[in-house]
Design a protein around this ligand. Structure first.
Ligand code: UDP
Ligand code: MG
Length: 320
């Protein structure tokens, strides 16, 4: 079998309502586009009927391949497995919930043919998402941009195309807490963006509840920045100077106006709580980095594959 030109990778976690529509749109866009293509669906431990639907789609169309995880390993790991299994000269990452319209893929491919190695899709507008998600996302991308050393483009998700040489670098990056949009920026090469409107989900609900969003944000920050560790020194400096100033002020007041000034316990209690809170907060930050170091040292595989279908025999069993 010859290698396809374009590999499309879609992570799937409980998307039974959308999968048939997703496949329909991808195949009509790709058949019209004209490049030889494959669609790799990564089943990230779905508990609904998604696995059966994926198998039926794969049986009916040789373009479609399925990698099924032994359990839910998370969105970023599912995308990683898709990249590991992709054989195309370019790899496109797209969500399976149709928030990223497959109709944009030909635009990404056109830029790639112009010579760009990474073409990311920029969300010019986001429809059907809560005020909370929009504001936190906006704030998050802007803060991240300021505190990281790698220029991660604003308002981009994982929806992007990468050349096989970029995909190859990603395959060699086996870090456990993954922020793929940052990792593709980190690789370098010629990168560019294409604008699009991010639609509302076609059906189903988001698989990113608040807790997962926070974790995702922590992965992003700790993977690409030491800034949270560095702010400690500024705070330490500020508090040190304040301590000296306050000591001088209190001493002067007491010497000139009398002993009773600042005699109470209230100030002490409030300050003690404030400072303990700073200290615990920074312990938490250090803990976040330490936990991630621990993840790396255990050196476990990133994911466990339960089943593959639609692949030729030669595909490496890349499950680490
Ligand atoms: N997804 C996944 N594993 C997970 C969570 C999500 O494979 O643990 C998939 C999901 O099926 C979808 C994509 O990742 O195709 C993006 O997830 P979602 O739409 O829930 O995130 P949102 O768009 O709300 O940020
Ligand atoms: Mg979504």
């Amino acid at each position: 079998m010859t290698r396809p030109t374009i590999s499309i990778v879609a992570p799937v976690y409980n998307e039974e309502e959308i999968l048939p529509k997703f496949y329909e749109r991808v195949q009509s866009v790709m058949n019209a586009e004209g490049s030889d293509w494959e669609l790799i669906l990564v089943n990230d431990g779905s508990r609904d009927r998604s696995p059966e639907i994926m198998m039926t789609i794969a049986e009916g169309d040789p373009h479609v391949k399925v990698v099924s995880f032994a359990r839910n390993f998370g969105h970023q790991v599912a995308v990683t497995a898709g990249i590991d299994h992709a054989q195309g000269q370019a790899v496109v990452l797209i969500d399976a919930d149709l928030q990223d319209p497959p109709e944009v893929i030909p635009e990404l491919i056109a830029k790639w043919r112009e010579g760009y190695d990474v073409v990311y899709a920029v969300r010019k507008q986001r429809e059907g998402e809560s005020w909370f998600k929009l504001t936190t996302a906006k704030l998050f991308y802007r803060t991240l941009y300021r505190i990281t050393d790698v220029a991660i483009p604003l308002d981009t998700g994982d929806f992007r195309l990468m050349d096989e040489k970029v995909a190859q670098v990603l395959r060699d990056m086996r870090e456990h807490n993954r922020f793929i949009r940052g990792m593709t920026s980190w690789v370098g090469f010629k990168q560019t963006g294409v604008d699009y409107v991010r639609h509302a989900r076609e059906a189903g609900v988001t698989k990113y509840p608040f807790r997962k969003m926070v974790n995702f944000a922590l992965d992003a920050v700790t993977s690409f920045s030491y800034f949270p560790l560095q702010i400690m020194v500024y705070l330490a400096g500020f508090l040190g100077v304040m301590a000296i100033v306050v000591a001088i002020v209190i001493a002067t007041l007491r010497l000139t106006l009398g002993e009773e000034f600042f005699g109470g316990q209230a100030t002490t209690i409030v300050l003690l709580m404030l400072l303990s809170s700073f200290q615990l907060f920074f312990l938490f930050i250090i803990g976040q980095y330490v936990a991630r170091i621990y993840d790396e040292t255990r050196n476990r595989p990133l994911y466990v594959v339960a089943r593959r279908s639609g692949f030729d025999e030669e595909v490496p069993a890349a499950d680490t």
